[in-house]
Design a protein around this ligand. Structure first.
Ligand SMILES: NC(=O)c1ccc[n+]([C@@H]2O[C@H](COP(=O)([O-])OP(=O)(O)OC[C@H]3O[C@@H](n4cnc5c(N)ncnc54)[C@H](OP(=O)(O)O)[C@@H]3O)[C@@H](O)[C@H]2O)c1
Length: 348
């Protein structure tokens, strides 16, 4: 079987932590031999995350080892397996695992340094060899493009909702910010759990799409600067929300404090809104709420999430512009301009 395996394939590398999309360069790479615990994958699609945009701008706060093959999130078809592999067979559709070393439980100093497309070679290549532990079977209701959206944004959203000391339950309320990948997955998972969802966006056109996905309330954060206060008033019983999925950072934090209920959780995910200066360190005390940092999630969480996707027939939301392998830089630029709704996908 090994003799039939490809010996080389094209890959896009991030060559520097400056220059943005121009730091991406295509190279041909050798495909290593399949060892006993390895799985060889013909990559079919990747999706972009905000992280992929900021790594070649030097803004990513975790480990990056350039040159590195770009992107954490990919899907593909298993084309060869090693003699000791038991979890996968040839022909399976698989997704990558964001932190290759984070199998279950908590991140630790070792596993936090195993992020794909940053510390380790990622998915934007024709062929990739992974250890068996570093892949997850894709939900059977998804296409390759959809399965490529799961490893970072979806697992992060899942962890924000279910990794808390007090996990989401039916009847809870959740606030999601904007229409990026993490936020839309959080909306879909929260609705699948029977939660009340309040979403924000800067665009009235995107607001309609949020409603179509099941958002109970949508607030325009550009025209309503006090969107947190409004969210609290419109939440069940006017008590505030159980979980805020905080993706914009310090700029949105003051309004997130307005929105969160007593004993609620603000899951700190990102800083897509840039740095601000309004987030008071005293607020967790005055609101009696927990702020929880989230860094993607484990393989065990991803497997639970995939069951939810299958049972609820959830389809990841992919932007209508799908890019091809020769137009990778255009995909990066499109997402940087925030023209997208949901996930930006590149077909390989
Ligand atoms: N901690 C983790 O493990 C983890 C994992 C994944 C992502 N992240 C972080 O989470 C953030 C979101 O990632 P993503 O991939 O989902 O990003 P994305 O797809 O690029 O999200 C962009 C969207 O965010 C919304 N947005 C921008 N400024 C906003 C503001 N001031 N208030 C509310 N929404 C705002 C916009 O929505 P509208 O166009 O609708 O206004 C925009 O389209 C990033 O900072 C990323 O680094 C962290």
């Amino acid at each position: 079987m090994a003799a039939q395996n490809p010996t080389s394939g094209k890959a896009w590398l991030i060559t520097a932590t400056q220059g943005g999309p121009e730091a991406l360069k295509q190279e041909t790479r050798d495909v290593p031999k399949v060892e006993a615990n390895d799985v060889l994958v013909k990559m079919k699609a990747v999706s972009l995350n905000y992280r992929d945009l900021i790594i070649p701008q030097g803004m990513y706060p975790f480990a990056v080892n350039t040159p590195v093959i770009a992107t954490s999130d990919g899907s593909g078809e298993v084309i060869a397996i090693g003699s000791k592999v038991t979890e996968f067979k040839v022909g399976d559709m698989v997704s990558s695992l964001f932190h290759q070393g984070h199998q279950s439980g908590l991140l630790d100093p070792r596993s936090i340094k195993t992020g794909l497309g940053g510390a380790l070679d990622g998915c934007l290549r024709e062929y990739a060899l992974f250890p068996e532990t570093a892949l997850v079977r894709a939900p059977s209701n998804l296409s390759f493009e959809e399965a490529a959206t799961l490893p970072c944004a979806a697992v992060t959203a899942w962890n924000a909702l279910y990794g808390n000391a007090r996990p989401l339950k039916a009847g809870d309320s959740v606030l999601v910010q904007g229409t990026g990948g993490v936020s839309i997955f959080a909306l879909q998972f929260a609705k699948a759990a029977g939660a009340f969802v309040i979403a924000t966006t800067s665009s009235d056109a995107k607001a309609e799409r949020l409603k179509a996905l099941g958002a109970d309330v949508v607030i325009n954060y550009k025209t309503d600067a006090n969107w947190g206060e409004i969210a609290r008033k419109l939440s069940p019983r006017g008590e505030g929300v159980d979980i805020v999925v905080e993706v914009a950072g310090e700029i949105t934090l003051p309004q997130s404090y307005e929105a969160v209920k007593i004993e609620g959780t603000i899951a700190m995910i990102g800083f897509v809104g840039g740095a601000g200066n309004g987030g008071s360190a005293l607020a967790p005390l005055t609101r009696v709420c927990t702020i929880r940092g989230v860094y993607v999630g484990s393989k065990a969480q991803m497997i639970d999430m995939n069951s939810c996707i299958e049972v609820n027939k959830i389809q990841p939301v992919i932007d209508s512009e799908i890019f091809d392998f020769e137009h990778v830089r255009d995909a990066y630029k499109y997402m940087m301009a925030q023209k997208h709704f949901g996930k930006v996908v590149i077909r390989i």
